[in-house]
Design a protein around this ligand. Structure first.
Ligand SMILES: [Zn+2]
Length: 477
């Protein structure tokens, strides 16, 4: 890729003093998959970025005579797509990867809760840096973290996570999670790992007040996110929903992940997860739920009717043998669906671009239909679908003039992909493609497959050290 710096002096002289010219980046000669409403694609096109917005996208070279151009990129051999949007993750798990590798969900949780209950602020900060770095270098421009472990005295974990995202330069949603149903109340987590109902609600509201930005180009948003039916009281579900709606923020939780969860809901509440969610105010177009594996036709219809979104996490569902979510049926019914890596204790790679491929392959296996999902649908799940699930489809998720400049240039002219003619097929079916450039809000986060905003090797060291420290503390050493 050739990158040229262009003198901006002329542009400054042409502009009236009261109106600054935005700095422009011009990208040319790449294939472009816009993922707009018509799935518009250009075999050889251009993108102009002005400030933090996309100014134009189209076939052929960029318009002539643009002022304020500070960078011109010849992206021959690349595919440009919207940046990937991750809709479900647990950053803290970066320092507990590779444990309980042959367990189902409930056994895996029971094995790991005692370790997670020992988390402190430096551990959570390091784990957030590791999770964010791995995602960003793989083309994620909007990240999210569902953080629901808040041990007493562990410090300002939300502030540490949000600070890590800000330093990385990625767009970010913190789903402020919580648990208040310990073992003594019939829940799964140990009692020492949960908050009180009032404590969880107050801390969640404080996090929204301190950090949520509702503006068009917000870099940080906050959602209300009690963890799951088996770790949260009915009061926290209901009052959490009321809190979110009073504050005008979104709601997130885990739902219908395993058969064990379904049995738990029927025993404790007398109904399955979807009916339970509906009874607590948790179906709606401001809600998105992780997994949704065990959904019957009426559950899918309820999600479609209410506009409730789904974060599909195929690798994690496979790792924990949870099952296969009915994504083709959800899409056919009109359910908003995005992709998620889930926490890296159940998906050690922590990379979202591999989820494009896994979503496609696993749903073909699940349905035994060879075209249950295609490459373009998979790309849409990981971009526009995720933006819709996060309530940000007007701002991100497709390459269109006026939207925020979150985009990725995937290098497809090397051994791994050069013999595949169709670039979207190469990206989704092929090996993980190197990221030559990732822009978030118009600013580079990745250049030539390296993070530009943080020191990747330093993060590797600190995450290793914090993982060891946590293991020592958890072992009582
Ligand atoms: Zn999860």
């Amino acid at each position: 890729m050739a990158v040229q710096a262009v003198q901006a002096v002329q542009a400054v002289q042409e502009v009236p003093a009261v109106q600054a010219v935005p700095q422009r980046t011009v990208i040319e000669n790449c294939s472009i998959a816009t993922v707009d409403a018509h799935d518009s694609e250009h075999a050889r096109g251009h993108i102009v970025v002005a400030g933090n917005r996309i100014e134009s996208v189209g076939p052929g070279p960029a318009p002539q005579g643009l002022s304020g151009v500070v960078r011109r990129i010849d992206a021959t051999g690349h595919l440009a797509t919207p940046g990937l949007v991750n809709t479900h993750h647990h950053f803290y798990q970066w320092i507990t990867r590779g444990l309980a590798t042959d367990h189902n969900l409930f056994d895996w949780l029971v094995a790991l809760y005692p370790t997670w209950a020992r988390l402190d602020e430096p551990m959570v900060r390091a784990a957030a840096q590791g999770s964010l770095a791995m995602m960003a270098r793989g083309g994620v421009t909007t990240a999210m973290d569902h953080h629901y472990v808040h041990p007493r005295g562990s410090g300002d974990l939300s502030g540490a996570i949000i600070g890590a995202a800000r330093d990385m330069g990625v767009r970010f949603t913190l789903a402020r999670g919580s648990m208040d149903r310990g073992e003594k109340d019939g829940g799964l987590p140990p009692d020492f790992a949960v908050e009180t109902l009032d404590g969880a609600l107050a801390a969640t509201e404080a996090t929204v007040d301190a950090h949520h930005d509702a503006s068009f180009d917000a870099m940080t948003q906050v959602a209300v996110a009690p963890c799951s039916p088996f770790s949260v009281s009915t009061e926290l579900m209901s009052q959490g929903a009321e809190l979110a709606r009073r504050k005008g923020v979104r709601l997130h939780t885990h739902g219908s992940e395993t058969m064990e969860e379904e049995r738990f809901c029927k025993e404790l509440f007398g109904v399955g997860p979807t009916a339970y969610f509906e009874s607590t105010g948790w179906l709606g177009d401001d809600v998105w739920m992780a997994h949704c594996v065990h959904m019957n036709d009426s559950d899918i219809a309820a999600f479609a009717r209410t506009g409730t979104g789904v974060a599909h996490c195929p690798s994690s569902n496979a790792r924990l043998a949870a099952g296969i979510a009915r994504v083709p049926d959800m899409l056919a019914a009109g359910v908003p669906v995005g992709l998620g890596v889930d926490g890296t204790a159940s998906n050690e790679s922590g990379e979202l671009h591999t989820e494009l491929r896994n979503a496609l392959l696993i749903n073909r296996l699940g349905t035994r239909r060879e075209a249950a999902l295609n490459a373009r649908q998979a790309l849409r799940l990981g971009t526009y679908g995720g933006a819709r699930v996060l309530g940000r489809a007007d701002q991100i998720g497709s390459l269109e003039a006026g939207k925020l400049a979150d985009l990725v240039l995937w290098k497809l002219d090397t051994l791994a992909h050069s013999s595949i003619a169709d670039p979207v097929t190469a990206l989704v079916f092929g090996a993980a493609a190197p990221v030559t450039l990732s822009l978030v809000d118009g600013r580079p986060v990745v250049e030539d497959n390296h993070l530009t905003t943080v020191d990747e090797e330093a993060i590797a060291r600190v995450t290793r050290d914090e993982a060891r420290r946590l293991a020592r503390i958890a072992a009582g050493a």
